[in-house]
Write a protein that binds this ligand. Sequence first.
Ligand SMILES: [Zn+2]
Length: 80
Amino acid sequence: MTYEETKLKLLTLPWKRVKCTQETCWCAGITTEQPVEFEDDELYVVRTGSMYKEVADHIIKIHNETLIKNESNKEKDIKK
Ligand SMILES: [Zn+2]
């Protein structure tokens, strides 16, 4: 798998919030529930240090709901 393909894989998997290393920090990151690696490096959707926790949760929710919808649409297409 090339880096380009690996990078796009991030969009096809469910996401979760990444905690900042500082306990009381305002920020959060986003990563995939199952780690995506390229040449021993883990790929993140958004690294910590740039996003409010509330914004991260909002984006994660929308992303994960979209994945579920797309999955159930696929199932409907198969049944047709
Ligand atoms: Zn932080």
